[in-house]
Design a protein around this ligand. Structure first.
Ligand SMILES: [Cu+2]
Length: 82
C-alpha cells in the first residue's frame, strides 16, 4: 500500500520531514501480523509499505504511526478482511 502524509488538511503540502511505521492487529484476537512490514520512502511525504499480510479473515486495524520532529501520531484504519 502507499501512504501519503501532508502538513495541511487541504492535502496540498507533503510532510517532507515525516517518517512512517506501519502495523496491523486483530484487537478481538489479541494478535498482530506474522510479518514485519517494510516501509520505503518513495518521494517527500510518500511511502511504499510492503508485507502487510493479514493472514486470517475478520476485523483488523491498520496502524500508521507518523514520526515528525520528535513526536509520533497514530492513524487507525479499521479493515474487515472477508
Ligand atoms: Cu485473528
Amino acid at each position: 500500500m502507499t501512504v501519503s502524509v501532508y502538513e495541511d488538511a487541504e492535502l496540498s503540502r507533503p510532510a517532507a520531514s515525516a517518517g512512517v511505521h506501519a502495523d496491523a492487529d486483530m484487537p478481538e484476537h489479541g494478535h498482530g501480523m506474522t510479518l514485519v512490514p517494510r516501509v520505503s520512502r518513495i518521494s517527500p511525504g510518500v511511502f511504499q509499505v510492503e508485507g502487510m499480510l493479514m493472514h486470517m479473515p475478520g476485523a483488523w486495524e491498520i496502524y500508521i504511526d507518523v514520526d515528525r520532529e520528535g513526536r509520533t501520531g497514530r492513524a487507525t484504519f479499521p479493515v474487515e478482511v472477508p
